[in-house]
Design a protein around this ligand. Structure first.
Ligand code: IMP
Length: 193
């Protein structure tokens, strides 16, 4: 089975391909000839994930899934949430987003946060949704070279290293996207669609 992962983020494609290895061949947007930015105008993770997946299904006619992820920080009332990618404004920059978050967290004692991923899957026009959450906290400073986005400042619960200090496999095992992808995998394995 071949499914397009509707994202321009090559790191996400790598994570998805590793998690789904053996069952599904993941193809990228570039593989299907889609080189444009996908629309992402919703106010919720669900809306954005489905907006991206529907765009690809309608314009390219291929089975696909898209994810939308947000980092929800308790002390910031759930911000940046659905705006995580644009937290420090346009053009999007992981480095500026991360610095702004650390700045806003200065002096905060409650550093708890969670990543939430919504995956929207479209198979032959039918729509399905899978969710994943990773609880953790925002560290005082950046550490680790792996991963992407806010990974260097997010320490998952029960671990003493940030996501950026874990291997791809270790992150996938416990991450928001890893869990949502696992739910997608179980659904596809069961074959009830
Ligand atoms: P989106 O899902 O690509 O819209 O991501 C929204 C924001 O969250 C972007 O700034 C991403 O870099 C960040 N992000 C998404 N997934 C992860 C992750 O697994 N770790 C760290 N940051 C992430």
């Amino acid at each position: 089975m071949k499914i397009c992962f509707a994202t321009n983020n090559t790191k996400k494609v790598e994570e998805g391909a590793a998690a789904l290895k053996g069952l599904i061949e993941i193809v990228s947007l570039r593989d299907i000839g889609c080189n444009e930015e996908l629309p992402e105008t919703g106010d919720t993770l669900d809306d954005n994930a489905f907006e991206k997946a529907r765009y690809v299904f309608e314009h390219y006619g291929v089975n696909c899934f898209a994810d939308d992820t947000g980092l929800e920080v308790a002390a910031l009332n759930g911000a940046p949430g659905v705006y995580s990618g644009r937290f420090a404004g346009e053009p999007r920059s992981d480095a500026r987003n991360l610095s702004l978050l650390l700045e806003k967290m200065k002096g905060q004692t409650d550093r708890s946060a969670r990543f939430r991923t919504v995956i929207a899957l479209i198979l032959d026009g039918k729509e399905y949704q899978f969710d994943g959450i990773a609880e953790g906290k925002i560290t005082q400073s950046s550490s680790g070279e792996g991963g992407f986005g806010y990974d260097p400042i997010f320490q998952p619960q029960g671990h003493d290293r940030t996501f950026a200090m874990l291997s791809l496999e270790e992150k996938n095992e416990i991450s928001h996207r890893g869990k949502a992808v696992k739910a997608l995998l179980n659904f596809l394995r069961a074959g009830k669609f």
